[in-house]
Design a protein around this ligand. Structure first.
Ligand code: UDP
Length: 450
């Protein structure tokens, strides 16, 4: 497929907006080098992405493939946010079917939107060395990785870490999917940088004995979401609220595109925000419970009690614009890597509260590096309380003790904004593409494989 020394690359991200957004950022950087991208996803996922600038339209082709039929999976369920957690396996099945036509022995690059540390933890060196088969096995730190150095994983955390870990007939356990993906690809590109993750990048390369390319953190310009007009209308109201608050005083609370607190967690977060006394803007799109059938509700009278200083926003939020606003002091986050990068772009301090998937491991890693403060959990059952939420927020956002987190955010903002580094990043992408070019036919970038 090489034409004038350029490549045609198929990109096929996992069906979550949190994956599609960094893939599109990467697609833009690659297209700026003259390569062509076929960006494949389901119609609704693609429609939710931001529009391309006119110079990129000829190079990035959006390919809309309808979701294949999978029993018990609704035809409208095109993204993880549409599917209850217990049914994610069905969406994985649909994703695997979508991917089938691409399996033509073409060279593949696994582009990880996760940082290298959780990849090292999740993925075994090889089938022979990894004997982890059940969720309990993941309570023990594997011998090839040092994190989490402070705490070894307790059972409740592992269950949240790998909800599909135990597997069933509908569901290939998540770490095994990763293992197959990493084994099968020719190149591993990781959304991270050497300054942040030097050790883990080296470890990943040793574990898999194939090129591992840190392609930078891909700072996001503007997030995808609803159409621009809806976002603009929302933004006017949001800005009015933010404008009315003091500089650096507001907690922005958002848990990404997938995490859904259950009723108990939601109560503690709400009452913790109330107890903190801080102004807040909370994005809470889906009020669903742990079983994903019950609808979870805010505590009685909560919205009335906090109405002068807090907003609960139930739609897709223009996260980048909110984080960019001067009145925002910090982010209470599920530790999704995109949200962390976006907050650091504007030097917003981080308070970490995790739910599942890579979040727990990300948070341990960030905690070790003092990039954020992890809300303490109770020893006996792993739950968190309103008091721990309130104290963590006050410490990181206003108190002297938390200055270390505010300073760290400023330091990392400098790193992300460094133009020289951005140029290096583009060079690295170019280098990776050269590696792919040495392989026959059409390369694919994908984020999950069976
Ligand atoms: N996002 C947004 N508005 C929302 C929720 C999420 O713009 O209401 C964006 C956010 O800016 C980020 C992405 O969705 O780019 C979430 O990615 P992250 O890695 O933080 O979490 P995930 O969704 O993968 O768990």
């Amino acid at each position: 497929m090489a034409k004038n020394n350029t490549l045609h690359i198929a990109m096929f991200p996992w069906l979550a907006l949190g994956h599609l957004i960094p893939y599109l950022e990467l697609a833009k950087l690659i297209a700026k080098k003259g390569h062509t991208i076929s960006f494949i996803s389901t119609p609704r996922n693609i429609d939710r992405l931001q529009k391309l600038s006119p110079n990129l339209v000829p190079l990035i082709h959006f390919v809309k493939l309808p979701l294949p039929h999978v029993e018990n999976l609704s035809r409208d369920a095109e993204a993880t946010s549409d599917v209850p957690l217990k049914d994610i396996g069905l969406l994985e099945k649909a994703y695997d079917h979508l991917q089938e036509p691409l399996k033509l022995n073409i060279p593949t690059c696994f582009f990880s939107i996760f940082i290298a540390a959780p990849l090292c933890y999740m993925c075994p060196a090889s089938g022979d060395e990894d004997h982890r088969r059940v969720v309990e096995d993941y309570t023990v730190t594997p011998k090839w990785i040092t994190i989490p150095s402070s705490v070894s994983y307790r059972l409740f955390e592992s269950r949240k870490l790998f909800p599909s870990m135990t597997g069933n007939e509908e569901n290939v356990p998540l770490p095994f999917r990763f293992r197959e993906t990493l084994k099968g690809c020719d190149l591993i590109a990781v959304r991270t940088c050497i300054e942040v993750e030097h050790d883990y990048l080296n470890l990943l390369e040793q574990l898999h004995r194939k090129p591992v390319i840190p392609i930078g953190v891909l700072p996001n310009q503007i997030s995808g979401g609803d159409d621009d007009e809806t976002i603009d209308t929302h933004w006017r109201c949001i800005r009015e609220f933010l404008d009315s608050k003091e500089k650096g005083s507001v907690v922005y609370v958002a848990f990404g595109s997938e995490a859904k607190p259950n009723q108990e967690e939601l109560n503690e977060i709400a009452l913790g925000l109330e107890l903190s006394g801080l102004p807040f803007f909370w994005v809470l799109r889906k009020r669903r419970g742990a079983a994903d059938t019950e609808v979870v509700e805010l505590p009685d009278g909560f919205e009335e009690r906090v109405k002068s200083r807090g907003v609960v926003f139930t739609s897709w939020a223009p996260q980048m614009k909110i984080l960019a606003h001067d009145s925002v002091g910090g982010l209470l986050t599920h530790s999704g890597w995109s949200s962390v990068v976006e907050a650091l772009q504007f030097a917003r301090a981080l308070v970490l509260l995790t739910f599942y998937a890579d979040q727990g491991l990300n948070a341990k890693f960030f905690e070790e590096k003092k990039v954020g403060f992890l809300v303490p959990r109770q020893e006996h059952d792993g739950s968190f309380t309103r008091k721990s939420v309130a104290e963590s927020l006050r410490m990181v956002i206003v108190e002297e003790e938390g200055k270390v987190y505010r300073d760290k955010a400023k330091e990392l903002k400098g790193l992300l904004g460094d133009v020289h580094r951005q140029n290096l990043l583009i060079l690295k992408i170019h280098f990776s593409l050269h590696l792919l070019r040495s392989l026959p036919i059409l390369p694919t970038l994908f984020s999950k494989a069976p």
